[in-house]
Structures are given as structure tokens and as C-alpha cells.
Design a protein around this ligand. Structure first.
Ligand code: ADP
Length: 224
């Protein structure tokens, strides 16, 4: 039997995690658990968690570990036993990574790969500063304002162009700072476990995806 993929996708804001998750979901039987989008859905539904998250979005800070661990644990417990998963945006801190390890050990579903998308700050700021969301056409997806073809297509199909509240310029700088201070240490954490695969996020989405697929095929062969 083909082993399901159990993937963590890491990368600074703007590295293209959600774009890559979408592409990978179309190719592999993986459930994508994207914590940022899960929180934005809660905001839209005006739930208690959504109201809490809203405050953090305004400043660019991370939500408390316990809240995020509970959210992801609940979703992972609901997955079918043969179902693969791809975590986008979780873990973001060492305590989150440790909690995830304990949970996956209990579920006997160890991680098969951690993909870290690398991008320099200047390019991250450029991408996030011009990032808009196309909403109203199923799952919201990101596009860049300079990409007029995608913007026109979104509008023509009846979508709306929106700016994420945490893509405001002063918040972008804060998010990058939190990434560096709190999430970057996870790179060493996973390197020590031999799970880390660093990939440049600088190229076109298709190019980055090809590189991720190469890594995933390699790890699948090793575990087969
Ligand atoms: P990006 O990676 O582009 O910053 P996300 O959509 O992954 O954006 O996350 C948006 C926001 O949601 C984060 O800035 C943070 O406030 C919150 N968030 C998402 N995942 C986590 C997490 N694992 N731990 C703490 N906060 C989180």
C-alpha cells in the first residue's frame, strides 16, 4: 500500500504556502489543514475563537500555543486512518512542534517530510504588500495586484478582491519579525530529526511545486 504523506509546510509569510498547498492537494490525497485560513473562517462566522483571532490579526502576533494546539488536535483526530495530511501554518513555535510530535506518536502517524520554503525579506514584503485575496469563488485564494490577468479573471467570474487585515504594511513587518523569532527555530528542530527539506520559494509557483514533488517522491521511496 502507498503510505500517506504526513507533511508540514513551513515558510515565512509571503513564501507561497497556501498556493503550494492548493497545488499539492490537487495531486495527492492529503487533507490540507491551514491554520491561518481556519482562523479567518472563524472570524467570518463571528465565533468566540474568531473574535479572539481578530485581535491578533490586527497586530501580526501569534495566537497562544494552547489555542492552536487544541484546534489542530481536533482536526487531526477527525481524519480517516488512511488519510494523509498537510499542515500549513502549524507548528509555528517549538511548544507547538512538541505537542504535534506527542499527538502524532499517539496516533502512530509520524511526519514523513517537513518542507521549508525560503524567501528573503525584501521579496516577502513585495509579495505581501501587493497580495490581495479573491473571495466569493469557493475557497479564497491569493493573487498579486500586478497580476492583472488573475485580478480580471477573479472579477469576471463574480469574485471580490479583498486585502487581508494582516497584509497592511506595518503588520507585515511584525509578522516577519514573529516568524524570525518564533518559527525559524523550528528549522533546526526538524533538521535534527532528519525531516527537513529546504526549498527556495523565489521561482514561479510551478517551479517551486516541481521541487516539492521531487522531494515528496524521494521520501515516499525511502519509506516504501
Ligand atoms: P502567513 O503565513 O501568511 O503569515 P497565515 O494565514 O498562515 O499567514 O496566518 C495568519 C495569522 O494567523 C498569523 O499571523 C497568526 O496570527 C495566526 N496563526 C496562524 N497559524 C498560527 C499558529 N500555528 N500559531 C499561532 N498563530 C497562528
Amino acid at each position: 500500500m502507498v503510505q500517506p504523506h504526513h507533511i508540514v509546510l513551513m515558510g515565512a509569510p509571503g513564501a507561497g504556502k497556501s498556493t503550494q498547498s492548493r497545488l499539492l492537494k490537487a495531486r495527492y490525497p492529503v487533507e490540507v489543514l491551514a491554520t491561518g485560513q481556519m482562523l479567518r473562517d472563524e472570524v467570518a462566522k463571528r465565533t468566540a475563537l474568531g473574535l479572539l483571532a481578530e485581535g491578533y490579526f490586527e497586530t501580526g502576533a501569534l495566537l497562544p500555543d494552547d489555542v492552536m494546539i487544541a484546534l489542530v488536535t481536533e482536526r487531526l483526530l477527525r481524519l480517516g486512518s488512511a488519510q494523509g495530511f498537510l499542515l500549513d501554518g502549524f507548528p509555528r513555535t517549538i511548544p507547538q512542534a512538541e505537542a504535534l510530535d506527542r499527538l502524532l506518536q499517539r496516533l502512530k502517524r509520524p511526519l514523513t517530510a517537513v518542507i521549508a520554503l525560503g524567501l528573503d525579506d525584501a521579496e516577502a514584503v513585495r509579495r505581501l504588500g501587493g497580495r490581495r485575496m479573491c473571495e466569493g469563488l469557493g475557497d479564497p485564494f491569493p493573487l498579486h495586484i500586478d497580476d492583472t490577468v488573475s485580478v480580471d479573471a477573479c472579477l469576471r467570474l463574480g469574485g471580490r478582491i479583498a486585502t487581508r487585515p494582516d497584509d497592511e504594511p506595518q503588520v507585515i513587518v511584525e509578522r516577519l519579525r514573529h516568524y524570525e523569532a518564533e518559527t525559524q527555530p523550528l528549522i533546526d528542530y526538524y533538521r535534527r530529526y532528519g525531516l527537513l527539506h529546504s526549498i527556495s520559494a523565489k521561482g514561479e509557483p510551478a517551479q517551486v511545486q516541481a521541487e516539492i514533488i521531487r522531494v515528496l517522491e524521494q521520501t515516499a521511496q525511502q519509506t516504501a
